[in-house]
Design a protein around this ligand. Structure first.
Ligand code: ADP
Ligand code: MG
Length: 431
Protein backbone atom coordinates (compact mmCIF):
# COMPACT_ATOMS: atom_id res chain seq x y z
CA UNK A 1 0.00 0.00 0.00
CA UNK A 2 1.32 3.34 -1.07
CA UNK A 3 0.88 5.18 2.24
CA UNK A 4 2.80 2.48 4.06
CA UNK A 5 5.62 2.60 1.55
CA UNK A 6 5.84 6.32 1.95
CA UNK A 7 6.16 6.08 5.71
CA UNK A 8 8.78 3.37 5.27
CA UNK A 9 10.70 5.54 2.93
CA UNK A 10 10.90 8.10 5.71
CA UNK A 11 12.34 5.43 7.94
CA UNK A 12 15.64 5.80 6.16
CA UNK A 13 15.70 9.51 6.75
CA UNK A 14 15.17 9.62 10.48
CA UNK A 15 16.39 7.83 13.56
CA UNK A 16 14.96 4.44 14.35
CA UNK A 17 13.65 5.65 17.70
CA UNK A 18 11.74 8.45 16.07
CA UNK A 19 10.32 6.11 13.50
CA UNK A 20 9.19 3.60 16.10
CA UNK A 21 7.75 6.23 18.42
CA UNK A 22 6.01 8.44 15.92
CA UNK A 23 5.65 7.40 12.31
CA UNK A 24 4.98 3.77 12.96
CA UNK A 25 2.09 4.76 15.17
CA UNK A 26 0.24 6.38 12.30
CA UNK A 27 -2.61 4.68 10.61
CA UNK A 28 -3.74 5.58 7.11
CA UNK A 29 -7.48 6.10 6.91
CA UNK A 30 -8.57 5.15 3.49
CA UNK A 31 -12.23 6.02 3.85
CA UNK A 32 -11.40 9.59 4.75
CA UNK A 33 -8.70 10.06 2.12
CA UNK A 34 -8.80 10.92 -1.56
CA UNK A 35 -6.25 11.19 -4.35
CA UNK A 36 -5.28 14.67 -3.22
CA UNK A 37 -5.86 14.36 0.50
CA UNK A 38 -4.32 11.75 2.78
CA UNK A 39 -5.64 11.29 6.29
CA UNK A 40 -3.70 9.54 9.02
CA UNK A 41 -4.76 8.97 12.57
CA UNK A 42 -2.41 9.25 15.53
CA UNK A 43 -3.01 7.51 18.87
CA UNK A 44 -2.52 10.66 20.93
CA UNK A 45 -2.11 14.39 20.70
CA UNK A 46 1.61 14.30 21.31
CA UNK A 47 2.29 12.06 18.36
CA UNK A 48 -0.16 13.98 16.20
CA UNK A 49 1.58 17.27 17.00
CA UNK A 50 5.01 15.84 16.47
CA UNK A 51 4.15 14.45 13.08
CA UNK A 52 2.34 17.61 12.07
CA UNK A 53 5.24 19.87 12.87
CA UNK A 54 8.08 17.65 11.81
CA UNK A 55 7.00 15.42 8.98
CA UNK A 56 3.81 16.66 7.42
CA UNK A 57 5.49 18.64 4.67
CA UNK A 58 7.83 15.79 3.88
CA UNK A 59 5.01 13.26 3.75
CA UNK A 60 3.03 15.57 1.44
CA UNK A 61 6.06 15.88 -0.79
CA UNK A 62 6.54 12.13 -1.00
CA UNK A 63 2.89 11.67 -1.92
CA UNK A 64 3.29 14.28 -4.58
CA UNK A 65 6.34 12.56 -6.01
CA UNK A 66 4.38 9.35 -6.34
CA UNK A 67 1.03 10.66 -7.54
CA UNK A 68 2.18 13.65 -9.48
CA UNK A 69 -0.43 15.87 -7.87
CA UNK A 70 -0.40 18.07 -4.81
CA UNK A 71 -1.55 16.19 -1.76
CA UNK A 72 -2.61 17.67 1.52
CA UNK A 73 -2.00 15.70 4.66
CA UNK A 74 -4.27 15.61 7.66
CA UNK A 75 -3.39 14.07 10.98
CA UNK A 76 -6.36 13.39 13.20
CA UNK A 77 -6.66 11.77 16.57
CA UNK A 78 -7.64 8.11 16.55
CA UNK A 79 -10.65 9.07 18.66
CA UNK A 80 -11.91 11.32 15.87
CA UNK A 81 -12.03 8.44 13.45
CA UNK A 82 -15.61 8.13 12.29
CA UNK A 83 -16.78 8.40 15.86
CA UNK A 84 -20.55 8.71 15.91
CA UNK A 85 -21.82 11.93 17.44
CA UNK A 86 -22.51 11.51 21.12
CA UNK A 87 -25.66 13.56 20.99
CA UNK A 88 -28.13 13.19 18.20
CA UNK A 89 -28.55 16.86 17.48
CA UNK A 90 -24.93 17.77 17.49
CA UNK A 91 -23.73 18.60 14.03
CA UNK A 92 -20.14 19.22 13.09
CA UNK A 93 -20.04 21.02 9.85
CA UNK A 94 -16.45 22.08 10.05
CA UNK A 95 -13.01 20.84 10.81
CA UNK A 96 -11.52 22.35 13.92
CA UNK A 97 -7.82 22.31 14.63
CA UNK A 98 -7.81 20.13 17.70
CA UNK A 99 -4.31 21.24 18.66
CA UNK A 100 -5.54 24.75 19.43
CA UNK A 101 -7.05 24.71 22.89
CA UNK A 102 -7.37 27.09 25.82
CA UNK A 103 -4.97 24.90 27.79
CA UNK A 104 -2.10 25.44 25.43
CA UNK A 105 -2.71 29.11 24.86
CA UNK A 106 -0.17 31.21 26.74
CA UNK A 107 -1.86 34.16 28.39
CA UNK A 108 -0.04 37.45 28.89
CA UNK A 109 -0.81 41.15 28.97
CA UNK A 110 -1.07 41.33 25.18
CA UNK A 111 -3.82 38.74 24.83
CA UNK A 112 -5.43 38.48 28.27
CA UNK A 113 -8.59 40.31 27.39
CA UNK A 114 -9.15 38.36 24.18
CA UNK A 115 -8.48 35.10 26.00
CA UNK A 116 -10.92 35.95 28.80
CA UNK A 117 -13.60 36.97 26.37
CA UNK A 118 -13.12 33.79 24.31
CA UNK A 119 -13.23 31.53 27.33
CA UNK A 120 -16.33 33.34 28.58
CA UNK A 121 -18.30 32.82 25.39
CA UNK A 122 -17.17 29.21 25.31
CA UNK A 123 -18.63 28.70 28.78
CA UNK A 124 -21.70 30.89 28.37
CA UNK A 125 -23.26 30.97 24.96
CA UNK A 126 -24.17 34.48 23.81
CA UNK A 127 -22.70 36.13 26.90
CA UNK A 128 -21.06 38.65 24.61
CA UNK A 129 -22.60 38.51 21.19
CA UNK A 130 -20.96 38.93 18.79
CA UNK A 131 -17.41 38.61 20.03
CA UNK A 132 -14.84 40.04 17.68
CA UNK A 133 -11.12 39.52 18.20
CA UNK A 134 -8.75 41.56 16.10
CA UNK A 135 -5.00 41.99 15.85
CA UNK A 136 -1.90 41.41 13.72
CA UNK A 137 -0.87 38.24 11.93
CA UNK A 138 0.29 35.24 13.90
CA UNK A 139 -0.83 36.56 17.28
CA UNK A 140 -3.29 33.79 18.13
CA UNK A 141 -6.69 34.81 16.72
CA UNK A 142 -7.31 31.56 14.86
CA UNK A 143 -6.00 29.65 17.86
CA UNK A 144 -8.61 31.24 20.15
CA UNK A 145 -11.39 30.65 17.64
CA UNK A 146 -10.52 26.97 17.47
CA UNK A 147 -10.16 26.81 21.24
CA UNK A 148 -13.77 27.99 21.57
CA UNK A 149 -14.86 25.43 18.99
CA UNK A 150 -13.00 22.59 20.67
CA UNK A 151 -14.31 23.56 24.07
CA UNK A 152 -17.98 23.57 23.07
CA UNK A 153 -18.02 20.94 20.35
CA UNK A 154 -18.88 18.00 22.62
CA UNK A 155 -22.37 19.31 23.27
CA UNK A 156 -23.01 22.18 20.91
CA UNK A 157 -23.10 22.42 17.17
CA UNK A 158 -20.21 24.44 15.84
CA UNK A 159 -19.43 25.81 12.47
CA UNK A 160 -15.90 27.12 11.99
CA UNK A 161 -15.14 28.73 8.64
CA UNK A 162 -12.88 31.34 7.20
CA UNK A 163 -14.62 34.19 5.48
CA UNK A 164 -13.18 32.87 2.23
CA UNK A 165 -14.84 29.51 2.75
CA UNK A 166 -18.07 31.30 3.51
CA UNK A 167 -17.69 33.23 0.27
CA UNK A 168 -16.91 30.12 -1.79
CA UNK A 169 -19.84 28.31 -0.30
CA UNK A 170 -22.10 31.23 -0.97
CA UNK A 171 -21.07 31.40 -4.63
CA UNK A 172 -21.43 27.64 -4.99
CA UNK A 173 -24.94 27.53 -3.59
CA UNK A 174 -25.98 30.61 -5.48
CA UNK A 175 -24.88 29.03 -8.76
CA UNK A 176 -26.57 25.76 -7.99
CA UNK A 177 -29.69 27.50 -6.77
CA UNK A 178 -29.43 25.77 -3.44
CA UNK A 179 -29.48 28.79 -1.20
CA UNK A 180 -31.88 27.08 1.17
CA UNK A 181 -29.08 24.60 1.93
CA UNK A 182 -26.64 27.40 2.44
CA UNK A 183 -29.01 29.07 4.89
CA UNK A 184 -29.56 25.82 6.73
CA UNK A 185 -25.81 25.32 6.99
CA UNK A 186 -25.00 28.72 8.37
CA UNK A 187 -28.05 29.56 10.41
CA UNK A 188 -28.55 26.41 12.38
CA UNK A 189 -25.47 26.19 14.58
CA UNK A 190 -25.11 27.18 18.22
CA UNK A 191 -21.70 28.65 17.46
CA UNK A 192 -20.69 30.28 14.20
CA UNK A 193 -16.96 30.98 14.22
CA UNK A 194 -15.80 33.09 11.30
CA UNK A 195 -12.12 33.72 10.77
CA UNK A 196 -10.64 36.76 9.02
CA UNK A 197 -13.76 38.74 8.31
CA UNK A 198 -11.70 41.52 6.76
CA UNK A 199 -12.07 39.55 3.51
CA UNK A 200 -15.79 40.26 3.47
CA UNK A 201 -15.05 43.80 2.61
CA UNK A 202 -14.05 44.65 -0.89
CA UNK A 203 -15.56 45.91 -4.03
CA UNK A 204 -18.16 43.70 -5.59
CA UNK A 205 -18.92 41.74 -2.47
CA UNK A 206 -22.19 43.51 -1.73
CA UNK A 207 -24.29 40.40 -2.12
CA UNK A 208 -22.02 38.48 0.18
CA UNK A 209 -22.20 41.17 2.82
CA UNK A 210 -25.96 41.28 2.45
CA UNK A 211 -26.17 37.53 2.96
CA UNK A 212 -23.86 37.64 5.93
CA UNK A 213 -25.94 40.42 7.43
CA UNK A 214 -29.05 38.22 7.34
CA UNK A 215 -27.13 35.22 8.64
CA UNK A 216 -25.88 37.37 11.46
CA UNK A 217 -29.31 38.77 12.31
CA UNK A 218 -30.94 35.40 12.41
CA UNK A 219 -28.26 33.83 14.59
CA UNK A 220 -28.18 36.82 16.88
CA UNK A 221 -31.94 36.92 17.30
CA UNK A 222 -31.89 33.26 18.25
CA UNK A 223 -29.14 33.78 20.81
CA UNK A 224 -26.65 31.77 18.82
CA UNK A 225 -23.07 32.75 19.47
CA UNK A 226 -21.13 34.50 16.73
CA UNK A 227 -17.37 34.88 17.08
CA UNK A 228 -15.30 36.61 14.47
CA UNK A 229 -11.68 37.56 13.94
CA UNK A 230 -10.19 40.27 11.84
CA UNK A 231 -6.77 41.73 11.21
CA UNK A 232 -8.01 45.20 12.11
CA UNK A 233 -10.71 47.01 14.02
CA UNK A 234 -13.97 46.95 12.00
CA UNK A 235 -13.92 50.73 11.95
CA UNK A 236 -10.86 50.52 9.72
CA UNK A 237 -12.09 47.84 7.38
CA UNK A 238 -12.69 49.75 4.20
CA UNK A 239 -15.76 48.91 2.16
CA UNK A 240 -17.38 47.09 5.03
CA UNK A 241 -21.13 47.66 4.97
CA UNK A 242 -22.12 50.21 7.63
CA UNK A 243 -24.87 47.96 8.94
CA UNK A 244 -22.36 45.14 9.43
CA UNK A 245 -19.91 47.50 11.06
CA UNK A 246 -22.47 48.59 13.60
CA UNK A 247 -23.53 44.99 14.27
CA UNK A 248 -19.92 43.95 14.78
CA UNK A 249 -19.41 46.74 17.26
CA UNK A 250 -22.59 45.98 19.16
CA UNK A 251 -21.03 43.11 21.12
CA UNK A 252 -17.56 42.85 22.55
CA UNK A 253 -14.52 43.86 20.53
CA UNK A 254 -11.12 42.77 21.85
CA UNK A 255 -7.68 43.41 20.53
CA UNK A 256 -4.72 41.04 20.68
CA UNK A 257 -1.66 43.21 20.96
CA UNK A 258 1.89 42.46 19.96
CA UNK A 259 3.26 40.22 22.72
CA UNK A 260 5.49 41.74 25.37
CA UNK A 261 8.93 40.22 25.59
CA UNK A 262 7.99 38.25 28.68
CA UNK A 263 4.90 36.74 27.03
CA UNK A 264 6.89 35.97 23.92
CA UNK A 265 9.43 34.08 26.01
CA UNK A 266 6.68 32.00 27.61
CA UNK A 267 5.12 31.27 24.22
CA UNK A 268 8.49 30.11 22.89
CA UNK A 269 8.93 27.86 25.92
CA UNK A 270 5.47 26.49 25.28
CA UNK A 271 6.28 25.76 21.62
CA UNK A 272 9.50 24.02 22.67
CA UNK A 273 7.66 21.89 25.17
CA UNK A 274 4.95 21.02 22.66
CA UNK A 275 7.47 20.06 19.97
CA UNK A 276 9.90 18.55 22.44
CA UNK A 277 12.74 20.79 21.42
CA UNK A 278 15.29 21.79 23.99
CA UNK A 279 16.53 25.35 23.84
CA UNK A 280 18.69 27.06 26.44
CA UNK A 281 17.47 30.29 27.99
CA UNK A 282 19.94 32.43 26.09
CA UNK A 283 18.75 31.02 22.77
CA UNK A 284 15.12 31.55 23.79
CA UNK A 285 15.86 35.14 24.74
CA UNK A 286 17.77 35.67 21.53
CA UNK A 287 14.79 34.47 19.47
CA UNK A 288 12.33 36.50 21.52
CA UNK A 289 14.27 39.72 21.09
CA UNK A 290 15.50 39.39 17.53
CA UNK A 291 12.76 37.74 15.54
CA UNK A 292 9.50 39.55 14.88
CA UNK A 293 6.30 39.02 16.85
CA UNK A 294 4.56 36.62 14.51
CA UNK A 295 4.24 33.46 16.61
CA UNK A 296 3.69 31.33 13.53
CA UNK A 297 7.03 32.44 12.12
CA UNK A 298 8.75 32.02 15.45
CA UNK A 299 7.43 28.43 15.63
CA UNK A 300 8.70 27.78 12.10
CA UNK A 301 12.10 29.19 12.96
CA UNK A 302 12.45 27.02 16.04
CA UNK A 303 11.61 23.98 13.99
CA UNK A 304 14.10 24.92 11.32
CA UNK A 305 16.74 25.42 13.98
CA UNK A 306 16.06 22.03 15.45
CA UNK A 307 16.10 20.24 12.11
CA UNK A 308 19.41 21.92 11.21
CA UNK A 309 20.93 20.98 14.56
CA UNK A 310 19.77 17.37 14.12
CA UNK A 311 21.19 17.09 10.65
CA UNK A 312 24.54 18.56 11.58
CA UNK A 313 24.51 16.74 14.88
CA UNK A 314 25.31 19.64 17.12
CA UNK A 315 23.79 21.45 20.10
CA UNK A 316 21.78 24.58 19.58
CA UNK A 317 24.17 27.14 20.97
CA UNK A 318 23.57 30.88 20.81
CA UNK A 319 26.12 31.19 18.03
CA UNK A 320 24.50 28.37 16.05
CA UNK A 321 21.07 29.99 16.46
CA UNK A 322 22.40 33.35 15.36
CA UNK A 323 24.00 31.81 12.30
CA UNK A 324 21.00 29.67 11.32
CA UNK A 325 18.42 32.39 11.80
CA UNK A 326 20.38 35.27 10.36
CA UNK A 327 17.92 35.70 7.51
CA UNK A 328 15.10 36.17 9.96
CA UNK A 329 16.70 38.58 12.34
CA UNK A 330 15.02 41.93 12.26
CA UNK A 331 17.87 44.38 12.15
CA UNK A 332 18.17 47.64 13.98
CA UNK A 333 17.27 50.64 11.96
CA UNK A 334 19.74 53.50 11.91
CA UNK A 335 17.68 56.32 10.50
CA UNK A 336 14.64 56.79 12.65
CA UNK A 337 12.29 59.47 11.42
CA UNK A 338 9.32 61.19 12.99
CA UNK A 339 7.07 59.53 10.41
CA UNK A 340 8.34 56.16 11.40
CA UNK A 341 7.57 56.87 15.05
CA UNK A 342 4.11 58.18 14.20
CA UNK A 343 3.34 55.11 12.08
CA UNK A 344 4.50 52.68 14.75
CA UNK A 345 2.60 54.39 17.57
CA UNK A 346 -0.53 54.78 15.41
CA UNK A 347 -0.45 51.09 14.52
CA UNK A 348 -0.04 50.16 18.14
CA UNK A 349 -2.93 52.35 19.23
CA UNK A 350 -4.97 51.32 16.24
CA UNK A 351 -5.54 54.84 15.06
CA UNK A 352 -4.70 56.53 11.79
CA UNK A 353 -1.28 58.22 11.59
CA UNK A 354 -3.04 61.42 10.48
CA UNK A 355 -5.01 61.48 13.74
CA UNK A 356 -1.81 61.91 15.71
CA UNK A 357 -1.01 65.19 14.02
CA UNK A 358 -4.66 66.29 14.09
CA UNK A 359 -6.21 68.62 16.65
CA UNK A 360 -8.27 65.84 18.20
CA UNK A 361 -8.64 65.93 21.98
CA UNK A 362 -9.69 62.28 22.23
CA UNK A 363 -7.89 60.71 25.18
CA UNK A 364 -6.31 57.93 23.15
CA UNK A 365 -5.07 60.34 20.51
CA UNK A 366 -3.70 62.84 23.01
CA UNK A 367 -1.79 60.06 24.74
CA UNK A 368 -0.40 58.64 21.52
CA UNK A 369 0.64 62.16 20.43
CA UNK A 370 2.51 62.63 23.72
CA UNK A 371 4.22 59.29 23.29
CA UNK A 372 5.29 60.23 19.77
CA UNK A 373 6.79 63.45 21.12
CA UNK A 374 8.64 61.63 23.87
CA UNK A 375 10.03 59.00 21.52
CA UNK A 376 10.96 61.55 18.90
CA UNK A 377 13.04 63.39 21.49
CA UNK A 378 14.64 60.17 22.54
CA UNK A 379 15.28 58.52 19.20
CA UNK A 380 15.76 61.33 16.70
CA UNK A 381 18.02 64.38 16.66
CA UNK A 382 14.97 66.61 16.09
CA UNK A 383 14.63 69.71 18.26
CA UNK A 384 11.45 70.61 20.16
CA UNK A 385 10.42 73.22 17.56
CA UNK A 386 10.95 70.82 14.67
CA UNK A 387 8.90 68.12 16.41
CA UNK A 388 6.16 70.70 17.02
CA UNK A 389 6.24 71.59 13.36
CA UNK A 390 6.23 67.96 12.28
CA UNK A 391 3.09 67.39 14.32
CA UNK A 392 1.39 70.57 13.19
CA UNK A 393 1.49 72.08 16.67
CA UNK A 394 1.63 75.82 17.09
CA UNK A 395 4.36 76.24 19.69
CA UNK A 396 6.97 74.03 21.19
CA UNK A 397 6.03 74.67 24.81
CA UNK A 398 3.27 72.09 24.48
CA UNK A 399 5.86 69.68 23.09
CA UNK A 400 7.99 70.14 26.13
CA UNK A 401 4.94 69.74 28.43
CA UNK A 402 4.03 66.52 26.70
CA UNK A 403 7.56 65.21 27.07
CA UNK A 404 7.57 65.93 30.81
CA UNK A 405 4.18 64.35 31.30
CA UNK A 406 5.41 61.10 29.77
CA UNK A 407 8.65 61.25 31.72
CA UNK A 408 6.70 61.50 34.98
CA UNK A 409 4.35 58.70 33.99
CA UNK A 410 7.30 56.41 33.22
CA UNK A 411 8.76 56.99 36.68
CA UNK A 412 5.58 56.02 38.47
CA UNK A 413 3.97 53.45 36.21
CA UNK A 414 5.89 50.26 35.56
CA UNK A 415 3.50 48.94 32.93
CA UNK A 416 3.67 52.18 31.07
CA UNK A 417 7.46 52.08 31.17
CA UNK A 418 7.39 48.59 29.68
CA UNK A 419 4.95 49.70 27.01
CA UNK A 420 7.31 52.49 25.96
CA UNK A 421 10.29 50.15 25.88
CA UNK A 422 8.35 47.86 23.65
CA UNK A 423 7.43 50.69 21.30
CA UNK A 424 11.03 51.78 21.21
CA UNK A 425 12.24 48.38 20.21
CA UNK A 426 9.58 48.20 17.48
CA UNK A 427 10.72 51.53 16.11
CA UNK A 428 14.36 50.53 16.29
CA UNK A 429 13.75 47.34 14.38
CA UNK A 430 13.45 47.43 10.64
CA UNK A 431 10.24 46.15 9.02
P1 ADP B 1 -3.51 34.51 13.74
O1 ADP B 1 -4.79 33.81 13.45
O2 ADP B 1 -3.69 35.65 14.72
O3 ADP B 1 -2.77 34.96 12.51
P2 ADP B 1 -2.72 31.98 14.83
O4 ADP B 1 -3.82 31.78 15.82
O5 ADP B 1 -2.78 31.18 13.59
O6 ADP B 1 -2.53 33.52 14.48
O7 ADP B 1 -1.34 31.72 15.60
C1 ADP B 1 -0.14 31.39 14.92
C2 ADP B 1 0.55 30.27 15.67
O8 ADP B 1 1.00 30.74 16.91
C3 ADP B 1 -0.37 29.10 15.96
O9 ADP B 1 0.38 27.93 15.84
C4 ADP B 1 -0.78 29.32 17.41
O10 ADP B 1 -1.06 28.09 18.04
C5 ADP B 1 0.45 29.98 17.99
N1 ADP B 1 0.13 30.94 19.06
C6 ADP B 1 -0.23 32.23 18.92
N2 ADP B 1 -0.44 32.80 20.11
C7 ADP B 1 -0.21 31.86 21.03
C8 ADP B 1 -0.25 31.83 22.47
N3 ADP B 1 -0.58 32.90 23.17
N4 ADP B 1 0.04 30.66 23.07
C9 ADP B 1 0.39 29.58 22.36
N5 ADP B 1 0.45 29.53 21.04
C10 ADP B 1 0.16 30.66 20.36
MG1 MG C 1 -5.61 33.42 11.59
Amino acid sequence: MQSKEILEQLKDEISEIEYEHYLKQLQYIEEMSSSSHAVFSAPNILIANWVRTKYMQRIAHLFELRNGNTTTIEIILATQKKSPPKQKNVKRTSILDFTCTFENFVVGGSNRMAHNAASNVAKHQAKFNPLLIYGGTGLGKTHLLNAIGNYVSHNKSVNYVTSEQFLNDFVHHLRNKTMDRFKEKYRSNDYLLIDDIQFFASKGKDMLQEEFFHTFEELHNNRKQIVMTSDKHPKYIDKLDERLKSRFLSGLVCEILQPELETKIRIIKNICQRDRIFLTNDVIEFIATNINNNIREIGGNILQLNVAANIIGQDITLEFARQQLKEHIVEESTNITLERIIDTVALDFNIKPSEISSKSKRKKIVLSRRIVIYLARLLTPNSMPSIAQGLGMKDHSSVSKAYKAIETEIKTNKDFKLKLEELQSKIRLKN
